[in-house]
Design a protein around this ligand. Structure first.
Ligand code: B3K
Ligand code: ZN
Length: 871
């Protein structure tokens, strides 16, 4: 295999040919599927026709009906190159593929008993030779034939044109998708499913048939997803004025899938994890995620499918925007604060980490070897934060004006991030020149704020500084546009408005807005009667690290009085973080002051949303704390700090948790937001109670773990039993496994709970679980549950003897040939090897070097390892 070369954004060239129509005739067979592809091509630019193709057997090639002599074309392991072609012609290709041996789950593969496809980013080239790039848009007609009994459903994009019987117990179906689309949105499914049907009438009067296909026997577990789909369709009409454009919308749930789901036009393919959900088997969080992924894929129909990417460097054009849209959807339908906090935690725990790693890249990368490596928290989640900043700067109305212009200008096109920003700019007459740096600059900006109050002059001065640390390949950084939402409070906790000329504006969120544009700047407020307490970066208005002059007393005031719920949560987090950092720096147990305990008690009993309280009582993880130590990370001190902080909060507030716990009803049959919130807080209370008094609460936890009918309660208890190693733990684990052994998605929770345990036998336990009959390296969900969770469990993964490293290395070695995309996702913790002590550095580096020597090292791993080891 030839080594894969890097591609650069700056090298973009329009394709030499366009493909206007594609007729596929796919004759499905487990081992030898035959694909006949008829293309109409037209010359657009000079140059040969270079079709992409991998792992294909070419059996025939014709141009305008005539067999092409072998001297007129070349076949390499990645391309089919044809010279001397007319300007407009028909091409017919016949290729053969083997879906059964496809364990990479890219292209056409078998998931359990069904055939399915995954073509984004560059999977279509594993089905047939094609111009497999997103700026080639064609109208697809697809005929599928297969055994009738094994594969009663034959599905593809668009509308069903015809279907019928064939000889030998086979049948066929022909689908036509009228919307020109890039090949990455092509999909095919053949299998035997149960089908849930419903309808949706669009605001434009179209009657859309909605269908969800699931494995036999799972129909009732698809109802929630169907309801979520209808909510998504309605929300997109109401908030974005975007309606669906085909007569059918199909979702198929499959068990073998590398990611969450895929937005193929009219035929979404989903990881069953994000479709199947009922009270028995799914937790409240699972329901929330199902709704958000259903929404995300649906919203892609406009932001991604109708308006797509010119090239893969522009991935954030569709992903950042669609994540922003799904976040807004969840926030409009549920608790805005809770969803915002969830998004902030993802940025702080994972995106900041990526920004500080050798794989740091801007949301619009400049250089890519393996595209699958760039479906990252940076492109997706930081991308969504960049869109959110635009929304903050332009306001909802201005943002929607920009969206309308974007759609008017680019519907049906493959475009760039620049086109999106230009539309926002033109629709609002708002200069975004400097804002564009967010697209090209990698790294997490650091903002420092200093406050000076002159009592005599009644003047308040604020000094701001911003700095983005260098990232690999980007030494020099420039100042960014950083919108800072803020609110000022007086000493009693009442919100006050500060006035400064034009620099500060009142924002529609209720906060005030000041926007940084320079490396340093300052702001003066006059007539300020007393020194205020200012909550900065409210609602996490920019993806930056912030240092403020707030004292712990100020934070207590904000925790008790801030009007914005996210600000209250943030104040609690800052209180914890200060205590944790002090503990780490002195290598002692963490402590809080009396007044801090009092403030926390007040928060627990305050009339706040229970879900928000649950988040306030979720302490920063070891991983979040680790972000502050980029050299010689003091793992032992971090472990002491996080475990001692949890213990002291548990001990000091034990009566309060007990009181709160007694008052909260678990309402196992209620799926309302209120009931979910109550369960979330109940879980936090029980977590602390069982930590403070393990003997006393072991039975209670064991009982809850066996309570059938509500997975939130069962899993919650399982986690507590495992995390605190309660006396009941082994019994709870055994009962749970017995009950759920035949429900893989629930067994994943069982694997995950053990992989997440902070206990020092975790490495051994995970090693044993790899041999468990219900575990399989071939199924990504199992791998993520057991091994991705373990690899993120920093305190155990970095165990001193290196056993965690060896374990992960051996798994990555096996996955290198089995499923490189999954292997590549697991390598993340090794990327940070330089942040640890010399001994650990050596062990991790050795693992990387050994992986690098693997015969047939996949490009996915090759790219990351090369970056990790680069000097
Ligand atoms: N667009 C897909 C991602 C496919 C990734 C392939 N490696 C899912 C999504 O973002 O909606
Ligand atoms: Zn997406």
């Amino acid at each position: 295999m030839s080594k894969k070369l890097a591609k650069f954004r700056s090298d973009y060239r329009a394709p030499a040919f366009s493909i206007t129509t594609v007729h596929l005739d796919i004759d499905l067979d487990e081992r030898a599927t035959q694909v006949r592809s008829q293309l109409h091509l037209e010359r657009k630019n000079s140059g040969p026709l270079e079709l992409d193709g991998e792992q294909l057997k070419l059996t025939s090639i014709k141009i305008d009906g005539k067999v092409l002599p072998p001297q007129n074309y070349e076949v390499t392991d990645k391309q089919l190159i044809v010279h001397e072609l007319p300007d407009s012609f028909e091409m017919e290709l016949v290729t053969e593929i083997d879906p059964s041996s496809n364990s990479a789950l890219e292209g056409l593969y078998k998931s359990g008993g069904a055939f399915c496809t995954q073509c984004e980013a560059e999977g279509f080239r594993r089905i047939t030779y094609y111009l497999d790039r997103p700026d080639v848009l064609a109208v697809f007609t697809t005929k599928i034939s297969a055994d009738r009994e094994l594969y009663p459903y034959l599905l593809s994009n668009g509308n069903l044109e015809s279907s019928g019987e064939l000889d030998g117990g086979r049948h066929y179906a022909t689908w036509h998708d009228p919307h020109p689309k890039p090949a990455y949105l092509f999909a095919l499914v053949a299998g035997n499913f149960d089908r849930l049907e419903d309808h949706y009438q669009t605001s434009e009067g179209r009657d859309v048939r909605l269908e969800i296909f699931v494995d036999k026997g799972n129909l009732s577990r698809a109802e929630y997803a169907m309801a979520a789909l209808k909510r998504s369709m309605q929300w997109d009409e109401e908030r974005f004025d975007l309606a669906y454009d085909l007569d059918r919308y199909m979702i198929v749930a499959v068990d073998f899938f590398n990611m969450g789901a895929m937005e193929n036009k009219g035929l979404n393919i989903f990881n069953s994890k994000y479709v199947l959900a009922d009270q028995m088997t799914a937790t409240d969080w699972d329901f929330v995620h199902v709704e958000s992924v259903i929404g995300h894929e649906y919203f892609h129909n406009w932001t991604g499918n109708r308006i797509t990417c010119r090239d893969w460097f522009q991935l954030s054009l569709k992903e950042g925007l669609t994540v922003f849209r799904d976040q807004e959807f969840s926030s409009d339908l549920g608790s805005r604060a809770v969803h915002r906090i969830d998004a902030v935690r993802v940025i702080r725990s994972f995106q900041f980490n990526e920004d500080a790693s050798p794989m740091a890249h801007p949301i619009r990368p400049d250089k890519v070897v393996e595209m699958n490596n760039f479906y990252t928290v940076t492109v997706y989640n930081k991308g969504a934060e960049v869109i959110r900043m635009l929304h903050t700067l332009l306001g909802e109305q201005g943002f929607q004006r920009g969206m309308r212009l974007y759609r008017e200008r680019h519907d049906g096109q493959a475009v760039t991030c620049e086109d999106f920003v230009a539309a926002m700019e033109a629709a609002n007459d708002f200069d975004l020149t400097q804002f564009r740096r967010w697209y090209s600059q990698a790294g997490t900006p650091e903002v420092r704020i200093a406050q000076h109050y002159d009592a005599q002059q009644q003047q308040l001065t604020l000094n701001f500084q911003q700095l983005t640390p260098a990232t690999p390949g980007q030494e020099e950084k420039f100042p960014l546009v950083i919108p800072l939402l803020f609110s000022a409070y007086d000493e009693k906790g009442s919100r006050i408005q500060l006035t400064a000329k034009d620099e500060v504006v009142k924002h529609e969120s209720g906060s005030q807005l000041y926007t940084l544009t320079e490396t340093t700047s300052s702001l003066t407020f006059s007539n300020v009667e007393q020194e205020p307490i200012i909550a900065w970066l409210e609602n996490f208005s920019a993806p930056v690290k912030l240092q403020t002059p707030l004292t712990t007393v100020d934070l207590e005031l904000l925790l008790g009085h801030a009007e914005q719920e996210v600000t209250r949560w943030e104040a609690a987090q800052q209180v914890y973080l200060k205590a944790l950092q002090e503990a780490v720096d002195t290598n002692q147990a963490a402590q809080l002051s009396e007044s801090q305990y009092t403030a926390l008690k007040k928060a627990l009993h305050a009339p706040l949303d229970d879900a928000l309280k649950a988040l306030i009582f979720t302490l920063p993880s070891a991983e979040e704390l680790l972000e502050y130590y980029t050299e010689d990370a003091p793992l032992d001190a971090i472990e002491l700090a996080v475990t001692s902080l949890a213990k002291t909060v548990a001990d000091e507030l034990s009566d309060d948790f007990a009181e709160c716990f007694a008052k909260l009803d678990s309402q196992p049959d209620d799926l309302s937001g209120k009931a979910m919130a109550a369960r979330a807080l109940r879980q936090r209370c029980l977590y602390f109670l069982a930590l403070a008094q393990p003997q006393q609460y072991s039975d209670e936890v064991a009982e809850q773990a066996c309570q059938q009918g509500n997975m939130t309660l069962q899993q919650g208890a399982l986690e507590i039993a495992v995390q605190h190693q309660l006396p009941c733990v082994e019994q709870v684990l055994a009962t749970f496994a017995e009950q759920w052994q035949d429900t893989p998605l629930v067994m994943d929770k069982w694997f995950a709970a053990q992989a997440n345990a902070l206990h020092d036998t975790t490495v051994e336990r995970v090693t044993q679980l790899i041999e468990h009959p219900k575990f399989s390296l071939r199924n990504p969900n199992r791998v993520y549950a057991l091994l991705a969770n373990f690899s993120r469990n920093s305190l155990r993964f970095h165990q001193q003897d290196g056993a965690g490293y060896k374990l992960l290395q051996s798994i990555i070695t096996q996955l290198n040939t089995l499923n490189p995309q999954v292997a590549s996702r697991l390598i993340t913790p090794f990327m940070q090897w330089r942040r640890f002590d010399t001994r650990r550095q050596q062990m991790m580096k050795e693992c990387l070097l050994q992986l690098q020597q693997l015969p047939d090292l996949a490009p996915d791993l090759d790219e990351k390892i090369a970056n990790a080891l680069q000097q």
